[in-house]
Write a protein that binds this ligand. Structure first.
Ligand SMILES: [Zn+2]
Length: 434
């Protein structure tokens, strides 16, 4: 179902006109109210009144997480603190967190945008939506919570309960939709299997997964194991949280809520704007946010824009599923490699779990790559040396054939790479910098 038909199926010219108008209002607001933007534009001699079309947007400087850190905690807010009614923040695992503030109106818009995400996945007022994101400073939990309430669904805020409790709730309360990371859904699958439980005992029919890149193969696995339809969605706390882009029934790219966000894709090296279809870094400009607007914000997420119209009837453009992050990219012998490419190869090999870690080291001036791969516990006993070796060679050969990547393979037992609820396995461990 299309939640906001008026906007989601708007004629392209009308949508672009709306974007320009909203962009101009936002630029005026940030120039007046946020010192960071005033200084930035004054310094670069930018007249915001010159921004008259979407094409002009590229003449504005890009912004990044590092720029925002200087504004910690509230300096980048475009309204007085008394008008802010909710405060979230990024995890801050890589430095000072980014604090995001919402006005009442921002929250209203946010709920409607998440309602679009849920509606596109077929969620209605009859659904029981179990949210397994932490209700914390991060935006996943509360973002989906109010979006689901917006469409009248019954929300089960399971939040940070441990996995067996989550499964119990899912079974007893007859949850029909699960909202979590794809990795967590996979974790539920393995706990169900371990405890000899049949997914058919559950009433689950839909999964909404996001907040980490995942592959088409992983989707197929989750769908077949949990007997559900799985939908990808995209968002990040700095922009608004969940509700930036989402999949429709076509499962062919994620529709961007373009009446609220302008998307660009840039070359992360040259910073040039790339045409549709070309892969690069996603850059977003918020055009309706009052509390914490962002202009040309670099997300670090890798994707590309799909311009072709979608079968579903929405006229908004789509982005391809995010394939990785610029800071996850490994450069080996001049080739750019993303962990998601390795994941896709591992999926082809029987008995390998899609859990792995890449360890980069330098020995005698050369880069050495080790790949720690979890294998199913029933595959073999680890003292069967010959079997282990032939299995390692198989993975090694696949990596060379597909990616030209020479790596040392270490097979480890299932679940030996540390992971807890909501926490992601650190995909890349780069020891070269230490
Ligand atoms: Zn569509």
């Amino acid at each position: 179902m299309i939640y906001s038909k008026e906007y989601e199926t708007m004629q392209r010219e009308d949508l672009e006109q709306l974007q320009v108008e909203r962009l101009q209002v936002t630029l005026n607001r940030v120039y007046r109210n946020v010192l960071f933007y005033k200084n930035l534009y004054d310094e670069k001699k930018i007249e915001i009144s010159d921004i008259k079309s979407l094409k002009n947007l590229a003449s504005l400087p890009l912004t990044s997480k590092d720029d925002l850190r200087g504004s910690y905690p509230y300096e980048a807010f475009a309204v007085p603190l008394r008008d802010i009614v909710r405060i979230h923040s990024t995890s801050g695992t890589t430095g000072t967190p980014i604090v995001v503030g919402y006005t009442k109106n921002d929250l209203k818009i946010w709920s409607c945008l998440v309602a679009r995400v849920l509606s596109a996945a077929g969620i209605t007022g009859n659904d029981l939506v179990q949210i397994a994101f932490n209700y914390s400073q991060s935006t996943g939990g509360l973002g989906f919570h109010y979006g689901a309430e917006q469409i009248g669904a019954s929300v089960i805020p399971a939040s940070g309960e441990e996995v067996l409790k989550q499964i119990q709730i899912m079974k007893d309360y007859r949850s029909s939709a699960l909202v979590s990371t794809p990795g967590y859904a996979l974790h539920i699958v393995s706990i169900l299997e371990e405890n000899g439980m049949d997914p058919q005992e559950l009433n689950l029919s839909t999964g909404l997964f996001g907040s980490e890149p995942w592959s088409e193969k992983l989707r197929t696995k989750i769908e077949s194991k949990l007997k559900i339809k799985a939908f990808d969605n995209y968002g990040l706390s700095e922009i608004i949280g969940p509700g930036v882009a989402f999949e429709c029934d076509e499962h062919n790219g994620l529709h961007i809520n373009e009446d609220h966000f302008i998307v660009e894709v840039i070359d992360p090296e040259t910073l040039e704007v790339l045409p549709a279809g070309m892969e690069g870094e996603l850059v977003f400009t918020t055009i309706t946010k009052e509390g914490f607007p962002l202009i040309r914000y670099r997300t670090g997420d890798i994707s590309s824009i799909i311009e072709e119209p979608c079968e579903c009837g929405r006229t908004t453009r789509r982005i391809k599923r995010v394939s990785g992050r610029t800071d996850d990219m490994i450069i080996v012998d001049g080739n750019n490699i993303f962990p998601s490419q390795i994941e896709a190869i591992l999926f082809e090999i029987e008995g390998v779990e899609p859990h792995f870690q890449i360890i980069l080291n330098r020995e005698e001036g050369l880069d050495v790559i080790e790949l720690k791969v979890e294998v199913s516990s029933n595959l073999f006993v680890f003292d069967e040396i010959r079997k282990v070796q032939s299995f390692q060679q198989k993975i090694q050969q696949q990596l060379i054939t597909s990616l030209g990547l020479h790596a040392k393979i270490s097979l480890i037992e299932s679940k030996s790479l540390g992971r807890t609820r909501g926490e992601k396995i650190k995909r890349v461990l780069d020891l070269r910098k230490l």
